[in-house]
Design a protein around this ligand. Sequence first.
Ligand SMILES: Cc1cc2nc3c(=O)[nH]c(=O)nc-3n(C[C@H](O)[C@H](O)[C@H](O)COP(=O)(O)OP(=O)(O)OC[C@H]3O[C@@H](n4cnc5c(N)ncnc54)[C@H](O)[C@@H]3O)c2cc1C
Ligand code: FES
Length: 292
Amino acid sequence: MTFIEGNNSLLTAETNTIITDPMIPNLFTIKKIFWETDDTFTIEIESQDKSSFNFKPGQFNMLYVFGMGESAISICSDPSKNKTILHTIHRVGNVTSKLSQLKKGDTIGVRGPFGSNWDVTKFYGKDVVIVVGGIGLAPLRPAIYSIFKERKKFNRVIILYGARTALDLLYRVELEHWSKTKNVEILTTIDRGDSSWRGNIGVVTNLFNYIKLDALNTYSMVCGPEIMMKFSIEELLKLGVEEKNIYLSLERNMKCAIGFCGHCQYTSKFICKDGPVFNYSQVKDIFNLYEV
Ligand SMILES: Cc1cc2nc3c(=O)[nH]c(=O)nc-3n(C[C@H](O)[C@H](O)[C@H](O)COP(=O)(O)OP(=O)(O)OC[C@H]3O[C@@H](n4cnc5c(N)ncnc54)[C@H](O)[C@@H]3O)c2cc1C
Ligand code: FES
């Protein structure tokens, strides 16, 4: 016999052990909600039982709006701060629109953290090139925080970031702050500029023209729309970065997030449990077949 013990725990009478059911959301309260751009907002949430929330850079949560449904959203805060966590969300459809209308004090359900992670310890002693498009900066932000925390363990750190317009650049204040960090190079570009924009215009891959890489000593993390990742990876390979040194994050429609339902299947891989972060050499055959 099994009966519900707490928020999402099951106590089995047979063994008297408590198991956690990954399908039952934990209750979280919205502490803060603010707009980053016209269509993208960040929520800060805290567990209602005040427990700390540990996660690794690149992992995601399923955020549940009661009466509406769930969406997979990457955790974008500093992994060393685990009392509250942040998610930056692009408002595209039903669940994300409803999330955008919530207020401080409202309750949401959270399942997670799920998935694989950016393991930055693999890049110790190496140059790191982070290539980001649009909302892709959110899943990479925890990895950036982790690198900055142990800055001396990495060699050069280069961030190439592209957005649609200047107003779509995320975390602008933080970007400014990061760009002043010693030994960190940040280059931004936007697809469409206006008379007030003095920076680069064009796709993110253009930014490779401004940097020189020690390719064999370079590791890269790439995150953004699939077409952007495809061309960024081509550029990295052309420059001589090895396939095994490139990591990327994939998105697919999620339902269970634990490898049961098959919604996120990507040929033989499940994005929810084998990913979302993959080494490029793991997925290159299927990635290159993807029709864009
Ligand atoms: C592992 C993982 C991590 C993710 N991390 C984030 C994150 O940090 N922040 C974030 O904003 N999103 C993230 N997403 C994407 C997010 O899950 C979807 O955008 C969300 O589920 C859409 O839900 P919805 O109910 O609002 O939209 P739906 O009602 O499902 O979709 C409405 C419309 O929007 C379109 N649409 C759906 N998704 C997108 C999209 N991503 N971009 C443009 N159009 C879209 C659909 O084609 C449809 O036409 C992540 C997805 C995965 C799998
Ligand atoms: S979301 Fe169900 S198998 Fe991945």
